[in-house]
Write a protein that binds this ligand. Structure first.
Ligand SMILES: Cc1cc2nc3c(=O)[nH]c(=O)nc-3n(C[C@H](O)[C@H](O)[C@H](O)COP(=O)(O)OP(=O)(O)OC[C@H]3O[C@@H](n4cnc5c(N)ncnc54)[C@H](O)[C@@H]3O)c2cc1C
Length: 325
């Protein structure tokens, strides 16, 4: 039996869908070994989120509220989580593999002397142990690992677990937040630069339209944006497009960018390099437009259009507009 502590992902005052996916992961763990899950949220003021968190079927929701906690610094968050883990005798801590999760949880694991598996995409139970599957070598192989320490620390890929639908109302407890550790005197949060967009969040969008180096300029990315807007989707990009300055790096999809799994993914003027595919191959339907019929992206596509994007995209936009009328 294992009791799981989930670290909630809250952004712009909203409990992100990734938290619901992490709950699904915890229910899968419980289906193998029994036990319950609780949720811990950290922030300056969580009064606006406690109801949404309490609807996630947890044994308990813990709220850690103190000035400055909205800006997740691993040095500040890890001791707070550690106290909840120790006081509540939790055997597993899990968070989405977001930038925050990837930053905070390794420090937590080190503090607790606990083993860690990151970016878990599947959990199974064999020979009396939980087995975690995680991509390795840029998604080229899937490794299966077990953790042998009494406490297990995990980040999971939210795109691989359905979002849990809210159920009842859990009890909510505000916890005493320990003093900030001394190391914070040497570390300062300077600011958070966010690319403003009226489009849906790339990591959660149902449709993603991504462009690559084939777009040839930032201005031409307007074609990608137009298609995304027609379909109510988000815009994505390859690292080559980001490096060339066509678009902000917030939009990068791939191994070192965002991991996405929309219902529909358009890959336009991008080759389908391993590191890009690692971030989008779980998409339900993949449509590629590329003038090179040998481009590797066609190997992972459901629909492939061998064409010049500057001809194909305007035609596609016209056709969609006709249907949408
Ligand atoms: C450690 C590491 C991490 C990385 N992480 C990432 C990552 O997270 N995400 C990522 O994307 N990349 C990542 N990369 C880079 C990756 O290896 C590729 O270099 C990159 O994805 C290529 O981008 P691209 O497909 O836009 O460019 P290219 O490979 O240059 O492909 C451009 C494509 O556009 C097509 N094209 C050109 N003109 C037209 C036209 N007019 N019409 C139609 N098609 C056209 C070409 O046929 C070609 O296939 C990483 C690399 C490393 C080493």
């Amino acid at each position: 039996m294992g009791n799981v502590l989930i670290i909630a992902q809250i952004q712009d005052g909203e409990v992100k869908k990734a938290t619901n996916s992490t709950v699904t992961f915890a229910t899968e763990v419980a289906s193998h070994i029994g036990g319950t899950y609780s949720i811990l949220a950290l922030g300056d003021d969580l009064s606006g989120q406690s109801e949404a968190l309490a609807a996630l079927g947890a044994q308990k929701v813990f709220l850690a509220q103190a000035d400055g906690l909205d800006n997740a610094l691993a040095e500040r968050w890890a001791p707070i989580i550690e106290k909840v883990v120790v006081d509540g005798a939790f055997q597993m801590v899990v968070s989405p593999a977001s930038s925050t999760g990837k930053d905070v949880l390794p420090r937590l694991a080190a503090r607790l002397g606990a083993g860690m598996a990151s970016e878990v995409v599947q959990v199974a139970f064999n020979d009396g142990k939980l087995n975690y599957t995680r991509p390795m070598y840029a998604g080229n192989v899937n490794g299966t690992v077990v953790i042998d320490t009494p406490i297990e620390i995990l980040t999971i890929r939210p795109t691989e677990f359905e979002a849990f639908s809210p159920t009842g109302a859990s009890p909510v407890e505000k916890i005493d937040v320990p003093q900030a550790p001394e190391i914070l005197g040497k570390i300062e949060f300077l600011g958070f630069e966010k690319a403003e967009s009226t489009r849906p969040d790339l990591a959660e969008a149902g449709v993603v339209v991504s462009g690559g180096r084939g777009l040839k300029s930032g201005e031409n990315f307007k074609l990608i944006e137009d298609l995304a807007d027609l379909l109510g989707g988000a815009v994505g990009a390859t690292r080559a497009a980001v490096d060339a300055g066509y678009i902000h790096n917030d939009f990068q999809v791939g191994q070192t960018g965002k991991i996405v799994a929309p219902d529909l993914y358009f890959a336009v003027g991008l080759s389908g390099a391993l590191q890009h595919v690692a971030g989008m191959k779980s998409s339900k339907v993949i449509v590629a437009i590329n003038k090179d019929e040998e481009a590797p992206i066609f190997q992972v596509s459901d629909y492939g259009v061998v064409a010049d994007l500057f001809k194909a995209l305007p035609e596609l936009l016209e056709e969609i507009k006709k249907v949408a009328k």
